[in-house]
Design a protein around this ligand. Structure first.
Ligand code: FES
Length: 605
């Protein structure tokens, strides 16, 4: 195709000559000026030269017919299937349905594996590897011949990891969640993933149930493929996908094994090809408005505190200025409408049958940026305005909310200068304003060694403090912030106490739990300076978290403090601990913030 020449002198200075499709050297990467209809996959497949021959020839060993290399859009299906990740165990089936849709619309689907993160399997914690997976996704997208991407996401960290990686590439992208497991059923009752585990663990400590009861409940809780079916982190992040507009409507709640989940996958395959033709990139969807909508939605569903760090990290990749204060501002006075465990009674199956996230978004429509664009080409309001609520016990109307306060509250004070978070809907109302004596555990080992010691000097008015469980400290920012209460208090019938840590909490957990305290103890945050016996004051209404110790005394303690020894001197753990950002910044690695796009890299042959 004829090209428009550019370059020459500008303002007396020589500028680099722009390359066109006719003049550039394919070994040096992407041409500056592309002909109409150019796709990045053309640089691999639509070339009549040695490299075009090689690329097509090798790909044909999979039985691919010649017409698939005629320049049609190539859709990468980013696959997180793994037998080590039970929540995503059905993803090869989903990928097949995505492929159907892609083929129907004249695209060429190619599935590729990336690091999968099984939340309950990975040690020391899946969160340590979220950024590693995001790097894997980003580099895999950029290095391969794809024009659009479908992200298959499910288990907690797979959703943010894939969105972060894709955001840094900014191709047309749709996220497809795997859907929740069927409800757990046990001895005539309902079991919720995670939430029931915390309950059983406490009941085992008090002798209310036996080890045999626990064993029987295992298979009853996890009855099908899919992610945790409480409003834990996976369901929250699936809802965030829908509220951000980066997934199709109804993405959040269709059960994993419901036929409508595979039908949705089919639709995703069709739509992503259209998105490539429309050049509808992620940056058109993931705007500040979209993030604000998602934060509102998180409040209305009583979503996980983990969404805070994940959305901050995704926004950081997109270059969207999102802060902890946005969470507090938008979450304040946001009622929780969804009566789901861990805050409530029901599970994701009932949520779907009641109408799912579209009903919630319609209910809070006056608080949303209604014109935010979504991946189906419509606005968020167009997608939800006709939603019908089929069960007001599960999704309550705004005028009669399930809980008056659903958002995430951000606390600050001399104990958390860069912020800490609490989920009021999962907390005990009478503890939201409290003054108590600190009982400090220096790390998780110290906690396990002493928590059930009958001689531990603790009562129900104390404030339990656990430190060195943050991003650098553990390392990896584990979900231990909802640590169990002392056995002797559980036996007395105490159900909740204030707990403060620099850790995260499982989205399936509950309690008056203050999390993500920043800076963390291992980074020299004030949490490192607290001593047992100090007085701590919490006032959620005023958003304060205060350590009642004088500045002079804190300065003395700081002078005597030494940072913990590094966890490792090599490998990913070293890279992570050297570069990880604190909780208020999303816990990304500092050099991964931002995006590099998906320019075609140079050749190597
Ligand atoms: Fe995978 Fe809960 S363990 S979503």
């Amino acid at each position: 195709m004829a090209s428009k020449k550019s370059g020459g002198k500008a303002g007396g200075r020589k500028t680099a000559k722009k390359t066109t499709i006719d003049t550039y050297n394919p070994h040096l990467g992407e041409p500056d000026i592309k002909p109409k209809g150019w796709l990045r996959s053309h640089e691999w497949f639509k070339r009549e030269d040695r490299d075009g021959f090689s690329r097509r020839s090798w790909m044909k060993n999979q039985g691919r017919a010649a017409h698939l290399f005629d320049g049609r859009p190539v859709i990468g299906i980013c696959q997180t299937w793994s037998e080590f990740n039970p929540c995503n165990s059905h993803f090869r089936i989903l990928a097949d349905y995505v492929k159907r849709g892609v083929y129907e619309m004249g695209g060429f689907p190619l599935e590729f594996p990336v690091t999968s993160l099984g939340e309950v399997i990975l040690r020391p914690t899946a969160m340590l590897f979220r950024n590693l997976a995001a790097m894997d996704v980003e580099e895999a997208i950029r290095a391969n011949p794809m024009d659009g991407v479908v992200l298959l996401v499910g288990c907690d960290k797979t959703t943010p990891a894939l969105l972060m990686g894709a955001a840094s590439c900014d191709l047309p992208t749709i996220a497809l969640s795997g859907g929740p497991m069927l409800n757990g059923r046990f001895r005539g009752g309902t079991l919720g993933s995670g939430t029931s585990v915390w309950k059983f663990t406490a009941q085992l400590k008090t002798g209310e149930i036996t080890q045999e009861d626990m064993s029987e409940a295992e298979a009853c809780m996890s009855r099908s493929p899919g992610h945790c079916m409480t409003m834990g982190t996976a369901s929250t992040m699936a809802s965030m996908v829908e509220a951000l507009g980066v997934g199709l409507p109804t993405n959040a709640a269709i059960p994993a094994v419901d036929a409508r989940r595979t039908a949705l996958a089919h639709q995703v395959g069709r739509r992503i090809v259209e998105m490539v033709k429309e050049d509808m990139r992620l940056s058109k969807i993931l705007t500040k408005q979209a993030f604000e909508n998602a934060i509102r939605a998180n409040g209305a569903i009583g979503g996980s505190t983990n969404a805070v760090v994940h959305l901050l990290a995704i926004a950081g990749r997109m270059g969207v200025d999102l802060t902890l204060d946005d969470w507090d501002r938008l979450g304040q006075n946001m009622p929780c409408l969804v009566n789901l465990m861990p805050s409530g009674e029901y599970l994701m199956e009932e949520f779907y049958y009641a109408g799912g996230l579209p009903v919630v978004l319609k209910e809070i429509g006056h608080l949303l940026h209604k014109n935010a664009l979504t991946v189906n080409g419509k606005t968020i309001w167009d997608n939800v305005k006709d939603a019908v609520n089929y069960d007001e016990k599960v999704i309550t109307p705004l005028k009669k909310p399930f809980k008056p306060q659903g958002g995430i509250a951000v606390l600050r004070g001399n104990l958390a200068p860069d912020g800490a978070v609490i989920k009021p809907s999962a907390a005990t109302p009478k503890l939201m304003k409290h003054r108590g004596r600190a009982v400090v555990f220096d790390n998780l080992k110290d906690y396990y060694e002493r928590i059930d010691d009958p001689k531990l000097d603790v009562d129900e008015n104390c404030v339990l403090v656990l430190r060195n469980c943050g991003p650098k400290g553990y390392p990896g920012f584990p979900e231990v912030g909802n640590f169990a209460l002392p056995a002797k208090l559980l036996k007395k019938g105490v159900e909740d106490m204030i707990r403060i840590s620099d850790a995260r909490m499982s989205g399936t957990a509950y309690g008056t739990v203050i999390l993500h305290t920043a800076p963390e103890a291992a980074a020299g945050g004030p949490l490192a300076l607290v001593k047992s016996g100090d007085i701590i004051e919490l006032d959620v209404k005023k958003r304060t978290l205060h350590l009642d110790v004088s500045d002079e005394e804190l300065a003395k303690r700081r002078a005597a403090w030494t940072p913990p020894a590094p966890h490792d001197t090599r490998g990913y753990v070293k890279l992570y601990t050297d570069t990880v950002l604190q909780a208020d910044k999303g816990v990304d690695l500092d050099f991964l913030v931002g995006k590099s796009g998906a320019k075609v890299p140079k050749e190597s042959h």
